[in-house]
Design a protein around this ligand. Sequence first.
Ligand code: PGA
Length: 248
Amino acid sequence: MRTPIIAGNWKMNKTPAEATELIQALKPLVKDAKCTVVVCVPALCVHAAKQAVRGSKIKVGVQNMHWEPKGAYTGELSAEMVKACGVDYVIVGHSERRQYFGETDETVNKRALAVVHAGMTPIICVGERKEQREAGYTDDLVAYQTLTALTGMTPDEVKKVVIAYEPVWAIGTGLTATDEQANETIGVIRAAIARKYGKRVADKVRIQYGGSMNPKNASGLMAQPEIDGGLIGGASLKAEDFSKVVNF
Ligand code: PGA
């Protein structure tokens, strides 16, 4: 009932010319995809990416965005700019932004609201660090991160967001949550959304898994009932690998 969504997070990789090359290679490989396919590219590659995805169903996203509409925020991008470039998805609150760039649950919420109000879809990242899982905080933490990020949205807006559950210890490490761990924590996130917005809303929200997802482990993860897709870092930088995840 929920259409799966597989999104590539290219992080700080690829020039515009390389973006064109990767997307051109990807297009024939994902032409029969049964899921939504998104590439979240560096903002400077959006123009090239938009041209390259023509004639395919691949959507273009970016990896961050500011919440203010305009002004003295050196280095930032506004929703209006991002939207005007034809972007449909914006990653918000990735753990690398939380870890290296001072992102907090409150700023994640502001960004997510700005994305939604501009008519785009946020991919809101939540997830625990290793020591938090070991201390038994995972469920409370991801529920808190999720509900804080959604604060101020209407139930109809909540239905359309995408959440990415990304255990921090699994990102770029080659360690993946087991299929059952990922399914269970995503179930916790959905239950938290259901408690606040009702089951009918929660049943619509697409919740991805992210963290060392690759062609080998994608089908097992995607077979889990709560998992609606993936946010793919390393494996999204090669057309063949990413297409194998898309065609899980
Ligand atoms: P990874 O990254 O697939 O390289 O672990 C996932 C992410 O950071 O979104």
